[in-house]
Design a protein around this ligand. Structure first.
Ligand SMILES: NC(=[NH2+])NCCC[C@H](N)C(=O)O
Length: 420
């Protein structure tokens, strides 16, 4: 359907400029009545309620634990020292406040797709909601492409562990063949990975959730094993001084580690596929965030206890800390954890995007093709394929460096809008 929004759409063919302009302003400033959403939820419109509370919690964790904990920890610890633990706790506390808002809104609103876009539409107006959507899309599209590129590089690194393959993989397969002075960097593996994930997502929410549950459980187990393996290597003298550069460095660090928590809001977007949304969405949002806070803080305590903070690597601090202690097998586990982590953030990111497109398609803010849900697969097939294609084109042509520059702007703008 075209959505209730389309019904009050002003006629664009107004004869004079003024009514057209005022019509446009009225359209931009109107709010979405909550009752209209409720009827959309009641009519079902193709998506099916299949996700239970555990699947929702794992969806949130799947979206959140990605490269952040494996990489950012080292970067921040160089400045904040063992106090990086407090940086993670502070950022976690700020996110809990954010998550409480999400939990409240998710249980108050009719359980339909849309998340932050939906809440803004009802609280502010169509224009603000559309801006939230554009910012989220910038973040998600580019995020998906850069995560896919990182994953492709990981796969090539794994392949290169085979001696006969080492050095023989053409760069256009994974690392990227550069053109125009490095502006364009072509590779095919990242788009192939995106196609595979898109196929899984198109097949059904149950199938996608099963893949996410498996991989997320794997990465949680790996993080726990890493923590336990590290605990025996901790030398408490490495924790003093705990904040070598003072509290200021810790607070600055918390703004950076915030990135590692991004993801729990994904749960809000699965509202229309949750079996018992009113009860389970808040549990999913807060549960996944709290699980991340606990895991992240534990990882920080362990790695800063294992080595003096000045010796922690910037790029792969966890892996380097363990190889420095001669625990090679943990390093391998960490690589597997990172691959599982990147895969699930990517999978859930693509999932969330398609549901957002579905919401806007229904509201008439995007072409109605995005509002279609496949009658037997119960997935928004067109939206899902579209988001897969956009990410595949970006990932096929640009490297992580180029993408991350655009992404930082997108993420920052998104968060600013959400704050407003
Ligand atoms: N929408 C996004 N920007 N997602 C990125 C998620 C990043 C994830 N928290 C990580 O640590 O890797």
């Amino acid at each position: 359907m075209d959505g209730e929004g389309a019904h009050h759409r002003p006629s664009p063919s107004s004869s004079s400029g003024r009514p057209f302009l005022s019509g446009l302003c009225a359209a931009a400033l109107r709010r979405k009545p909550i009752s209209a959403r409720a009827s959309a939820a009641a009519s079902g419109e193709g998506l099916v309620r299949q996700l239970g509370v555990l699947e929702l919690v794992l969806l949130g964790i799947g979206a959140s634990i990605g490269a952040g904990i494996f990489v950012i920890t080292g970067t921040v610890a160089r400045d904040a020292g063992p106090g990086v633990t407090i940086s993670f706790a502070l950022a976690g506390a700020a996110c809990v406040l954010n998550a409480l808002c999400y939990a409240e809104l998710a249980s108050r609103f009719p359980a339909v797709v849309g998340g932050a876009y939906l809440y803004t539409y009802a609280a502010f107006n169509e224009l603000t909601a559309f801006l939230v959507f554009t910012q989220l899309m910038l973040d998600y599209h580019i995020g998906a492409a850069s995560i896919a590129r990182s994953l492709a590089s990981y796969f090539i690194q794994f392949l290169e562990l085979i001696p006969s393959v080492k050095g023989n993989v053409p760069s256009w397969i994974g690392h990227g063949e550069e053109f125009f002075g490095g502006v364009i960097s072509v590779n095919i593996l990242a788009p192939i990975l995106l196609v595979i994930l898109t196929v899984i997502l198109c097949r059904g929410v149950k199938e996608s959730s099963a893949v996410n549950t498996f991989m997320t459980t794997l990465k949680i187990i790996i993080v726990i094993v890493v923590v336990f393996a590290g605990v025996f290597e901790v030398d408490v003298s490495n924790w003093s001084p705990f904040m070598p550069n003072g509290f200021k460095a810790v607070v600055t660090g918390s703004t950076v580690v915030f990135f590692a928590y991004v993801g729990f809001d994904a749960v809000a977007n699965s509202a229309e596929e949750a079996k018992n949304p009113q009860r389970d969405l808040p549990i999913g949002i807060l549960g996944s965030l709290l699980a991340c806070v606990i895991l992240y803080v534990a990882v920080c305590l362990v790695i800063t206890g294992m080595l003096p903070y000045t010796l922690l690597g910037e790029d792969a601090p966890l892996a380097e800390a363990f190889s420095a202690k001669g625990l090679k097998f943990v390093t391998v586990l960490i690589s597997i954890g990172a691959v599982a982590g990147l895969t699930t953030t990517l999978l859930v990111g693509l999932y969330v995007q398609s549901r957002l497109y579905l919401g806007l398609g229904r509201d008439g803010l995007l072409p109605s093709i995005f509002s279609k849900v496949h009658p037997t697969l119960h997935t928004p097939l067109h939206s899902q394929i579209w988001v897969g294609c956009v990410a595949a084109v970006l990932a096929g042509l640009f490297n992580v460096h180029a993408l991350s520059h655009i992404l930082s702007v997108g993420t920052l703008a998104t968060r600013l809008y959400q704050l407003v």
